[in-house]
Design a protein around this ligand. Structure first.
Ligand code: C2E
Ligand code: CA
Ligand code: CA
Ligand code: CA
Length: 277
């Protein structure tokens, strides 16, 4: 038994050090990924539930690793945040998404580009940076949404309010992502300058067979309406969910039911189909 215990211990430590080595190697590769042009943005359509129209998309980063293949963002965004690499990567995302939007949009289109924005990327230069990027690509701020999470709001609430106000004065929309998870509370909707609320997938996933999830989603939507916020349901995968969300008055949906995130070329085709039809 003693022998056995020691083996288990050795197994445990060696798997821990394997994980540490793995992390060091990912981090090293991440440092060079921008320069080696290994990132790509995919785009996931957002649909208006009333009209069925394509109203915009969310940009989602992809990392094509030469040896590991496609590394999912959940595996490297946290590392990028811890190391501060997210500042550079996030800037690349902003520029790439806005450049793409400038190629897709016309003056009279209202097609919207949503961009994920990490709390670690937030600093006092952001409003100026956004302003000059909008100028560079000749984009109306109304066509852009920054998706933030509660972590950005909790750290320094007053500073967050101040900066979000400056960013919104450029016309840019602010969406609160993953709403309903973590410690996010309805009181945020009163306190922070927001335009949209993204209802987390965890409430949508089982809603067609779970009355509790319907009740929660309903009350999120009712409260959001009170504050004049647009609601977007994330992770919509089937028709029953679409019908339920229509019934309870959700504004927009995003999810595999309509489309997975797709490369820029495919997104462009979808935009063309939508506007010519
Ligand atoms: P998120 O912002 O909540 O993005 C939604 C995630 O749900 C995406 O995963 C998307 O592919 C996935 N999804 C969409 N529809 C469905 C569905 O119907 N079913 C299921 N099961 N999943 C669905 P993805 O692309 O792997 O991104 C994961 C997370 O990584 C994102 O969560 C976001 O937090 C982060 N992320 C992605 N791109 C960026 C970026 O450019 N910058 C920053 N800071 N974070 C990013
Ligand atoms: Ca998001
Ligand atoms: Ca989300
Ligand atoms: Ca998320």
């Amino acid at each position: 038994a003693k022998e056995n215990g020691r083996n288990r211990y050795e197994f445990f430590t060696s798997s821990l050090s394997r994980m540490a080595a793995e992390r060091v190697s990912l981090e090293r590769d991440l440092r060079n990924a921008l320069q080696k042009k290994q990132f790509e943005l995919f785009y996931q359509p957002q649909i208006d539930l009333k009209t069925g129209e394509l109203i915009g998309c969310e940009a989602l980063i992809r990392w094509h690793h030469p040896k590991r293949g496609r590394v999912p963002p959940d595996a490297f965004i946290p590392i990028a945040e811890e190391t501060g690499l997210i500042v550079e990567i996030g800037h690349w995302v902003l520029e790439e998404a806005l450049q793409q939007l400038s190629l897709w949009t016309t003056d009279n289109s209202s097609f919207n580009m949503a961009i994920n924005f990490s709390a670690r990327q937030f600093n006092e230069d952001v409003p100026e940076v956004m302003k000059s990027l909008l100028q560079k690509y000749q984009i109306d701020g109304k066509k852009v949404t920054l998706e933030i999470t509660e972590s950005l709001l909790i750290k320094q609430p007053d500073q967050a309010i101040n900066m979000l106000t400056k960013i919104r004065s450029l016309g840019i929309n602010i969406a609160l992502d993953d709403f309903g998870t973590g410690f996010s509370s309805l009181s945020y909707l009163k306190k922070f300058p927001l335009d949209k609320l993204k209802i987390d997938r965890s409430f949508i996933k089982e809603m067609h067979r779970n009355k509790d999830d319907i009740a929660i989603t309903k009350s999120i939507i009712a409260t959001a309406k009170h504050f004049d916020l647009t609601t977007i349901a994330e992770g919509v995968e089937n028709e029953q969910q679409v019908t339920l969300l229509q019934e309870i008055g959700c504004d927009h949906i995003q999810g595999y039911f309509y489309s997975k995130p797709v490369p820029a070329f495919d997104m462009q085709q979808k935009i063309k189909q939508n506007t010519s039809g």
